[in-house]
Design a protein around this ligand. Structure first.
Ligand SMILES: O=C[C@H](O)[C@H](O)COP(=O)(O)O
Ligand SMILES: C=C(OP(=O)(O)O)C(=O)O
Length: 422
């Protein structure tokens, strides 16, 4: 497959030209080619059998026999005083998983937005401060958050730095697995990585053939997802994910149609394999009741066993009068509740949560009944991109969600899919 890589036109045009498929303009195509060839020669970050193991665990979720907790940073950073130790990230997910498990009676599968979440799709190519416009920050794998021209210029060398950073985090996870028995017991015995497969040159370089099965795997992470902005059925991201054997997910926003869902199912899971495909709905608290049912229905009509996960973050972002991007805890919770209600009404399984969160005591999302009001946001706003739940908010969301998972039909989606398949 040919990776799409945008190269810069010239000068200020870089700021103004819309980018294709969310690929940054790399000003030095020769350097990009060198980096890709270096990445081609580096060892895979994860192994095919680990991806297969996750697919099997996700099949349990597809059958309604487990719940998925997927969470972590909006944008991981290479290095910064704000960087959170891997152990703390895993502990936060482990605490949530314990609460979800004991409250719901279901096993909880934990997957981090971790060890690869270094690239961000953006709504605009430029960020303007005062009278100065620069390329927007697209994640540490592309450019630097600092607002100056050099820092914001996409640098292909950062793709190699992303590989090294992911490798370091994976080493941390492996070390914790050996030494942190209690931590891994709370995580559910195992832990998997995931990120948005956004940067095509990077993801293509880490797509490898597995000699034992003869199949291709995306070996930059266990679960790779396609974002809401790059989920076009005829786009390069869907084509790349269609060609790999990993479990894959697709984020779906409010403009998603039944026809989109139908095409995505055919392209990404033609064999209707439980655990292969996950839809991550991020529809917004106000829209979930109206928009989700026809999409779930289309999945059922297709005989697809796709897992349904709720991302209550990305459909509920707002900007304060002071220009701070935030989300209300109450609205996040309302979307989770709506998502579960829709699935209960349809007899399908509300399979999981996908959250931007941190164990750190940040003030990025407001909570009307907790300590973070709008006036507090600037106090400890550390995210490089979107607002995350802090440790207390994340645990509270798990506490509220768990009891709603207990009653109800647990195998609706798959059993209706099986019936349709005859
Ligand atoms: O995390 C997701 C996206 O990258 C983010 O929501 C885009 O934010 P923007 O609208 O500020 O570009
Ligand atoms: C960009 C993201 O989400 P979405 O594609 O749903 O906007 C994300 O989860 O980082």
């Amino acid at each position: 497959m040919t990776a799409v890589a945008n190269t810069a036109p010239s000068g200020a045009d870089v700021l103004l030209t819309p980018v294709e498929h969310q690929q940054p303009y790399w000003p030095d195509p020769g350097r990009l080619a060198d980096v890709v060839s270096t990445l081609d020669g580096l060892p895979a970050l994860v192994q095919p059998d680990e991806c297969d193991a996750l697919r099997l665990r996700l099949a349990d979720v597809a059958r309604g026999e487990a719940f998925l907790l997927q969470g972590g940073d909006c944008a991981e950073l290479f290095a910064s005083p704000l960087i959170e130790p891997t152990r703390n990230k895993l502990r936060c997910l482990a605490d949530m998983a314990s609460v979800l498990r004991s409250g719901s009676g279901l096993p909880c599968l934990t997957v981090g937005r971790i060890a690869g979440q270094y690239a961000k799709p953006r709504s605009s190519g430029a960020e303007t401060r005062g009278d100065r416009a620069l390329p927007v920050y697209r994640g540490d794998a592309v450019n630097d958050l600092r607002f100056d021209t050099e820092a914001r210029t996409p640098d292909p060398g950062r793709l190699l730095a992303a590989y090294r950073a992911a490798n370091r985090v994976l080493s941390d996870i492996r070390r914790l697995r050996t030494r942190g028995r209690a931590l891994f017991a709370d995580l559910g015995g195992d832990f998997f990585t995931s990120h948005e497969a956004l940067l095509l040159p990077y993801e293509t370089a880490l797509t490898r053939n597995d000699p034992s099965s003869g199949r291709s795997y995306g070996l930059s992470g266990h679960l790779l997802w396609i974002g809401e902005r790059t989920r076009q059925p005829d786009g390069p991201h869907v084509a790349l994910m269609a060609g790999i054997r990993n479990p894959v997910a697709v984020k779906i926003g409010p403009t998603t149609t039944r026809a989109d869902i139908a095409e995505l199912v055919e392209l990404l899971d033609p064999h209707r394999e439980p655990g292969r495909l996950t839809f991550i709905a991020r529809l917004g608290a106000n829209a979930v009741h109206d928009l989700l049912p026809p999409l779930v229905d289309e999945v059922l009509d297709r005989g697809s066993p796709a897992v349904w996960v709720c991302d209550p973050m990305h459909g509920n972002t707002r900007t304060t009068a002071d220009g701070i991007k935030t989300r209300r805890f109450e609205t996040i919770w309302a979307e989770v509740r709506g998502f579960i209600e829709v699935h209960r009404a349809l007899g399908t399984h509300p399979g999981g949560l996908h959250l931007e969160l941190t164990s750190r005591d940040v003030t990025e999302c407001t909570d009307e009944h907790g300590p973070v009001r709008e006036r507090d946001l600037a106090r400890r706003y550390e995210s490089a991109c979107d607002p995350r739940l802090n440790g207390d908010q994340a645990l509270e969301l798990a506490r509220l969600t768990a009891p709603l998972l207990r009653p109800g039909v647990r195998s609706g989606g798959l059993s209706r899919a099986a019936t349709t398949l005859g």
